[in-house]
Write a protein that binds this ligand. Structure first.
Ligand code: HEM
Ligand code: HEM
Length: 186
């Protein structure tokens, strides 16, 4: 029924997020668990593989940082769709604040990650070139920033799970178009 109404009454929200926003959202949603799991397991394989694990983790993390820059520029230039019709003011505010915190965590994580790396004196090997630490090595500081980096990573995953749960609830219980606005296919 909703689909019939939607087909017959085109609205601004029918189009949902731009294709760029959708591709970026789902690519990042797929890469975040990869970065998280690689980060948590850097110490698991034998010591000889530790640097390779950390480099892989940093590469995925830096890719996410790059995608985030593109995503923010794209959002600023294209805007976002109007709230789904029928969504309450409080729910819209809650969703908006959750999105803001998710974005903030996605900014904080690469920054803290870079400080963990540089205070540890670890270079970042990017294939064609290597970025050496511009900071004086301070292992103790690197270690404490690593703890914060870890808490932020858990906060990101926790909030993303709640956010995904809310999206499914909209889709299955409220049966509105919230998930469709972000779904890869129109
Ligand atoms: C969304 C992005 C990221 C997530 C979810 C993430 C997550 C994590 C997690 C969960 C850990 C394990 C912390 C611990 O057990 O103490 C970790 C460690 C680490 N992360 Fe990230 N991280 C991200 C981005 C980055 C970036 C961009 C860099 C650097 C360029 C980075 C550098 C590091 C380093 C150096 C460690 C410690 C590894 C070691 O030396 O043992 N991370 N990360
Ligand atoms: C780590 C994983 C995820 C992160 C970091 C994330 C982050 C975000 C952010 C920041 C937005 C706001 C977009 C904007 O307005 O610019 C958003 C929107 C959205 N996300 Fe996610 N997301 C993740 C996973 C998921 C999953 C798994 C689902 C579905 C099950 C989902 C469904 C949605 C939907 C439906 C919207 C649009 C909400 C609306 O129209 O108000 N997301 N996401």
């Amino acid at each position: 029924m909703t689909d019939v109404v939607r087909l017959s009454t085109p609205s601004r929200t029918q189009d949902g997020y731009t294709p760029a926003a959708r591709v970026l959202h789902w690519t990042m949603a797929a890469l975040i668990p990869v970065a998280f799991i690689l980060g948590l397991t850097v110490d698991v394989p034998p010591r000889a593989y530790e640097n390779a694990m950390v480099q892989a983790h940093m590469l995925v993390g830096l890719t996410l940082a790059l995608l985030l820059v593109v995503r923010i520029v794209s959002r600023l230039s294209n805007g976002v769709p109007a709230p789904e019709p029928g969504s309450g003011r409080l729910a819209a505010r809650l969703a908006g604040s959750t999105h803001l915190v998710l974005y903030l965590l996605l900014i904080i994580l690469p920054l803290t990650g870079l400080f963990v790396t540089f205070y540890r004196g670890r270079p970042i090997e990017l294939g064609l070139f290597t970025v050496f630490s511009p900071l004086e090595t301070n292992r103790a500081l690197s270690k404490s920033i690593r703890s914060f980096h870890k808490y932020f990573a858990f906060a990101l995953i926790g909030l993303a799970v709640l956010h995904a749960g809310a999206a499914f609830w909209h889709h299955k219980a409220l049966r509105d178009g919230t998930l469709r606005r972000m779904w890869p296919s129109r």
